[in-house]
Ligand binder design. Structure first.
Ligand code: NAI
Ligand code: MG
Length: 363
């Protein structure tokens, strides 16, 4: 069966790291994987060609694809194009219309890079945790969301945290299912001591756990204490599930445990299709379009390549292949090749193509 991938390279280093990933996809196709790739514009490059950050035609392709690989969008060229057509609008439209509610951000410390972390080597060596952030609800979307004049030169800003049962239930299911493929532990984080949404969050996660997931270990933590534990002893965690706001912060904290922005992949998953059971999914590096290094051929392609690895794992159930790709990345790093962002004394400096070739050689 053909597996369809929609590639959306975007702007800046997006196309550079996507080209690198294409080389890796080609390697897998050369070994029988059968990926059919289509490609389209998104972000500033789509704006330049069509006046919008993503066209309806591309949206249709995104809906039809088995998985989407997204590079990065944005750059100074498009800073003033207007709110509705700004490059990020393309990504937000994809997330919203595909209802990609589950954002997976692994924090993995490769042995060769354990010294790049902001924490001591022994705290992070071998770290492999997964932050699962609810992505389509919570305070970023809740209404009312306003700034109003309240007189006497004062203004009042209001953001509203809203969560319904179904939103918490579906993200907790994803957490338990992911934990089963890992070390079988879920830590749920909220602030039930001060937030009603935290009370409901804990209630629904606990209830969902009782219905079919009791084989998974579940613990609850207040999100502030969780943040502390994340930098005190990160290896105690396996899967952390939390809301949109706490997840935004905690996943950035977890990112720094690993050291480099150029290394971090992510996945955003939707609900399973009623007929096929297949989840809509978009895979993208955590980093942006890096205009400061775009066009130099020096970008670290690992975050994008590892994002494709997540597609193998979560969209195509190609677990052995995903493991193989992760091992190839680790092995290439063990050999001492480094893009400039990872460069340290005694290592061999390579460009994007050099890093890609080193990974393919390990495959
Ligand atoms: P950024 O992630 O693009 O860059 C931050 C720093 O990290 C830069 O010094 C950059 O050179 C470096 N860096 C990032 N990825 C790298 C890689 N693969 N290899 C080597 N070095 C890498 O974030 P920044 O500078 O805040 O934003 C730049 C543009 O990207 C902006 O227009 C922003 O809106 C956009 N952006 C887009 C995102 C997306 O498409 N999902 C996410 C974040 C930012
Ligand atoms: Mg963030």
């Amino acid at each position: 069966m053909t597996k369809t991938l929609l590639l959306l390279p975007g702007d800046g280093i997006g196309p550079e790291v996507m080209a690198a990933t294409r080389t890796v996809i080609d390697w897998f196709n050369g070994h029988g994987a059968g990926f059919a790739c289509d490609e389209a514009l998104v972000g500033g490059s789509a704006y330049d060609a069509h006046g919008v950050a993503i066209t309806d035609e591309t949206m249709q392709k995104a809906v039809a694809a088995d998985a989407i690989l997204f590079g990065a969008v944005g750059g100074p060229k498009w800073d003033d194009v207007g709110y509705d057509v700004r490059p990020e609008a393309g990504l937000l439209r994809l997330r919203k219309e595909l209802e990609l509610f589950a954002n997976l951000r692994p924090a993995i410390v490769y042995p060769a890079l354990a010294d790049a972390s902001s924490l001591k080597r022994e705290l992070v060596e071998g770290l492999d945790i997964l932050i699962l952030r609810e992505l389509t609800g919570g305070v970023y979307f809740g209404e009312p969301k306003t700034i109003t004049d309240i007189g006497n030169g004062q203004k009042r800003a209001i953001d509203t945290q809203v969560y319904d049962t179904y939103e918490i239930e579906r993200i907790s299911r994803v957490a338990f299912e992911l934990a089963r493929t890992r070390r079988n532990k879920v830590t749920s984080m909220e602030k039930r001591n001060v937030m009603k949404s935290g009370v409901l969050w804990r209630e629904v996660v606990t209830e969902t756990h009782k219905h079919g997931y009791e084989d998974v270990e579940l613990e609850h933590m207040l999100a502030d204490a969780g943040g502390m534990q994340l930098v005190r002893a990160p290896k105690q965690f396996d899967v952390i599930v939390t809301d949109n706001l706490f997840g935004d912060m905690l996943s950035d904290v977890a990112a720094m445990l690993t050291g480099s922005l150029g290394m971090l992949p992510s996945a955003s998953l939707g609900a399973p299709d009623a007929l096929t059971g297949k989840r809509r999914a978009l895979y993208e590096p955590v980093h942006g379009s890096a205009p400061d290094i775009a066009g130099q051929g020096n970008a670290n392609p690992i975050a994008m390549i590892a994002s494709f690895g997540m597609a193998l794992r979560y969209s195509f159930e190609m677990i052995a292949e995903a493991d193989r790709l992760d091992a190839a990345i680790a092995a290439a790093l063990d050999k001492g090749v480094r893009t400039p962002d990872l460069m340290s004394e005694g290592m061999t400096k390579v460009d994007t193509d050099g890093m890609t070739a080193a990974i393919v050689a390990e495959l």
